[in-house]
Design a protein around this ligand. Structure first.
Ligand SMILES: NC(=O)c1ccc[n+]([C@@H]2O[C@H](COP(=O)([O-])OP(=O)(O)OC[C@H]3O[C@@H](n4cnc5c(N)ncnc54)[C@H](OP(=O)(O)O)[C@@H]3O)[C@@H](O)[C@H]2O)c1
Length: 279
């Protein structure tokens, strides 16, 4: 019986912490990325979305997997369904990193991937994280360098979650069967507007950061001007609609249910990542 865990996006925002958390628990980890390089104490494997010939070697001898679609890709169904199939064929348990709120409508592509997983017959846990705190140092960093966060969120609030808490939730789900067959809506401890978030980041970095509530069109213009493909820029703009509607302001206890610990606040995130936010 194999007991190896495959982590997709293993060098990415959530995946790197999943790898670390599993290794710390003494698990055997296979880290997937396009380069296939080993990471820390994990063996590496070449894996590429849309290249099914890489799925067999990646899932070979694996009994559990953290499955996600990397940022920058729009076709969630086209890219993820064959991966769910590859896992299910081998009866590997899937922890699927989905998206907060997609259970509102079964026609949403990420929800359709969840439904396929639910029907696949393989053990699974669905994690639906809210907006990542880490976006501030990953995606909004260029603006922060100029003292500004410019997004089309109006005064909508989000319970930002630290990627380390998403990863810890996945590690809990990967290393216990207690959560199998369930879905969890992962949030941080508090709903904050982007204005409130900007104030927290200003305090942590010691430099003034303002929030500019721009339109979808202005946002798409900034992103495409920075080289983001037009379809992905439009997709990113569209996911601020739920923020403006107040749907991302929900706070749940699901991180604590999975990990036994309360999720980190944005203040803690900002203090821990102050150097990255300022660099
Ligand atoms: N950001 C948010 O606020 C948010 C909120 C809720 C849900 N989500 C969801 O979370 C997911 C993204 O998670 P994340 O931010 O942890 O991922 P991420 O950091 O964007 O993932 C990057 C990782 O994926 C790998 N990768 C990139 N392109 C690849 C390709 N073509 N084939 C194989 N591997 C590839 C990268 O490795 P190499 O480059 O080394 O190949 C790297 O390990 C998305 O599904 C998103 O919808 C995000």
């Amino acid at each position: 019986m194999s007991n190896k865990i495959l982590v997709l996006g293993a060098t990415g925002t959530v995946g790197r912490h999943v790898v670390d958390g599993l290794l710390a628990k003494g698990e055997t980890v296979r880290a997937a990325s396009r380069s296939g390089k080993p990471i820390a104490g994990a063996e590496g494997v070449v894996f590429e979305y849309g290249r099914p010939e890489t799925y067999g070697p990646a899932f070979e001898g694996v009994d559990r997997a953290h499955v996600l679609l990397a940022s920058g890709y729009v076709d969630a169904k086209g890219l993820l369904l064959p991966i769910i199939e590859a896992a299910a064929e081998r009866k590997a348990k899937v922890i699927f990193q989905s998206v907060f709120g997609v259970d509102a409508d079964d026609s949403i592509p990420y929800r359709q991937v969840e439904i396929a997983l639910e029907k696949s017959g393989t053990p699974y846990v669905i994690l639906r994280p809210n907006w990542f705190a880490d976006n501030f140092h990953n995606f909004w960093k260029a603006g922060i360098e100029h003292g500004q966060i410019a997004v089309p969120a109006a005064d909508g609030k989000s319970s930002f979650i630290d990627a380390r808490d998403i990863a810890a939730s996945s590690v809990a789900a990967l290393t216990s069967s207690a959560f199998d067959g369930k879905a969890f809506n992962l949030t941080g401890p508090q709903a904050l507007s982007y204005e409130e978030a900007a104030a927290i980041l200003s305090e942590a970095t010691g430099k003034p950061i303002a929030y500019d509530a721009i339109s979808d069109e202005a946002f798409i213009g900034i992103l495409t001007g920075a080289g983001v493909p037009a379809d992905y820029a439009s997709f990113l703009a569209s996911i601020f609609y739920p923020v403006r509607q107040g749907w991302t302001a929900v706070v749940t206890n699901d991180v604590e249910t999975l990990t036994g610990k309360a999720p980190r606040s944005l203040k803690t995130y900002a203090a821990d990542y102050a150097a990255a936010l300022k660099a």
